[in-house]
Design a protein around this ligand. Structure first.
Ligand SMILES: [Zn+2]
Length: 118
């Protein structure tokens, strides 16, 4: 299964069948119970803004082309928290849906308010 990190317009997360934990960054084991059989699933893309900030000093030459840009931590409806680019008008507690934008050779996820276009 691929997601945006491999150029596919999707957000993947992992689930542990043994203890029902969910997490975002892919691992070969469950960080909660140690099970070596995590499942990778595709997220719905729906969530709620936990925190949001504006980046004015981009960390790489590629991202300087986007600055200033917004970054948000989003509590996804599946139970994990993910950090991604965000539309400029988003605020804490807004209900959001992930969209995807092409940036050079990359496809990056970008949050927008539920009901708005990506
Ligand atoms: Zn587990």
């Amino acid at each position: 299964m691929t997601d945006w990190t491999a150029g596919t317009a999707a957000v993947a997360f992992q689930h542990c069948p043994a203890c029902d934990a969910v997490w975002y960054f892919a691992r070969g084991f469950c960080p909660h119970c140690g099970s070596a059989s995590p499942e990778t699933r595709v997220a719905s893309g729906r969530g709620r803004i936990y925190a949001v900030t504006t980046v004015t000093r981009a960390p790489s030459p590629e991202l300087r082309a986007l600055a200033p840009y917004r970054i948000a931590l989003v509590d996804m409806e599946e139970g994990f928290r993910a950090m991604m680019h965000a539309a400029p008008d988003l605020a804490i507690d807004d209900a959001v849906q992930v969209g995807f934008v092409r940036f050079g050779d990359l496809v990056i996820p970008r949050r927008h308010r539920l009901g708005d276009r990506a």
